[in-house]
Ligand binder design. Structure first.
Ligand code: UDP
Length: 346
């Protein structure tokens, strides 16, 4: 079965391609490589032995996108990752985010309609919940106001798909609401390749340990949590990748209850920032140079998932611990190839 992956040179996309290939799927990739590097495909090939066909195409260009679908009329499923994802940048440049994330989705859906694609997996985010009133959040937890334009594009994206699904019963959709993905493939041939200065906790930790960054900061120690720092649900990247494969298989089996469903993809455990730091120190033996500072604006105090629905319906079980995340992220940091420090667009 042929799957079109969009954004397959990115962090979650590249790990998902590996998991799809290892589960017998054929993959075609579209990525404009504006914020990723096609070198990720070399890593994928080194791991799986498969050279994935790659189109350096911008999904905001409908004609170019259509051409890829026309060349592959046997595409049965799409895993749509391609999007901008920097929360802080989205606050600074909201139009860029609406333009990129929503135009690309609209064009992909247009092709789904025109080419009769059967299955569609959408990258959503736990940020759609905003500051949730109850923890852990279930799929039924009401969405609050989006805290950033990025989160808003995910809320709108889910809405677009939900409405599209109503008039397209021939296509089935799954939206996966990711919690905090981190870590790397155990081979360290692919990993998180933020070529900008990273702002997410795990790459900040590995940058600090390797000396790229002299010290790091812990944002906020006066939250109402067990040690005062924020709580997140860190999910090991290979488990998250596998949730996409399981979602495609679920839709293929026809066991889905509706043609649009939403699943939380986390591990159901809240880890504080200070606990994450200690986990890294424990697995690597390296002491991190960190400072306690004020809260970071826009941070939610605590969020973690109830993922029971995904576990039952998709037959999916996350296996990686915070220690596995730290171990593999550190291996990746030490072996990171040159390509992972820049985009390959242009
Ligand atoms: N964090 C931190 N120092 C950093 C980066 C992040 O203390 O240099 C904290 C951040 O305040 C949050 C948690 O780590 O509580 C996770 O942040 P990240 O940016 O990785 O994810 P998100 O905010 O999207 O959940």
């Amino acid at each position: 079965m042929k799957i079109l992956v969009t954004g397959g040179c990115g962090f979650i996309g590249s790990h998902t391609i590996v998991d799809l290939l290892e589960n017998g799927f054929e993959v075609v990739n579209i990525d404009n490589n504006v914020r990723s590097n096609a070198g990720a495909l070399e890593g994928i090939e080194a791991i799986t032995g498969v050279k994935v066909p790659h189109y350096q195409t911008d999904l905001c260009d409908l004609a170019a996108t259509r051409k890829v679908f026309a060349e592959h009329p046997d595409i049965e499923g799409i895993v749509h990752f391609a999007a901008y994802k920097a929360v802080g940048e989205s606050v600074e440049k909201p139009v860029l985010y609406y333009q990129n994330n929503l135009n690309s989705l609209a064009n992909v859906l247009t092709c789904v309609e025109e080419f009769g694609v059967k299955h569609f997996i959408f990258s959503s985010s736990c940020s759609v919940y905003g500051n949730a009133d109850e923890l852990p959040v279930t799929e039924a937890t009401p969405m609050k106001e989006a805290e950033s334009p990025y989160a808003h594009t995910k809320q709108i994206g889910e809405g677009m798909i939900q409405h599209f699904a109503k008039v397209h019963p021939e296509t089935s959709f799954v939206a996966l609401r990711y919690f905090n993905p981190a870590g790397a493939h155990p081979s360290a041939l692919i990993g998180e390749a933020s070529f900008d200065k990273p702002t997410n906790l795990v790459p900040v930790i590995t940058d600090t340990a390797s000396g790229v960054r002299e010290k790091m900061v812990v944002f906020g120690t006066d939250y109402n949590t067990r040690d005062g720092s924020c709580i997140r649900d860190y999910i090991y990247i290979m488990d998250l990748a596998n949730a996409h494969t399981k979602s495609i298989q679920y839709l293929q089996s026809g066991k889905n209850k509706a043609n649009y469903e939403v699943f939380n993809v986390g591990i159901g455990e809240g880890v504080t920032v200070l606990e994450a730091i200690r986990a890294f120190e424990k697995v690597t033996g390296i002491s991190l140079n960190y400072e306690l500072v004020d809260r970071r604006p826009g941070d939610v105090e605590a969020i973690y998932s109830n993922y029971k629905y995904a576990a039952e319906a998709l037959n999916w079980t996350p296996k990686g611990s915070i220690e596995d995340i730290m171990q593999t992220a550190w291996q990746w940091q030490q072996k990171r190839p040159e390509w992972s420090f820049r985009s390959s667009a242009g």
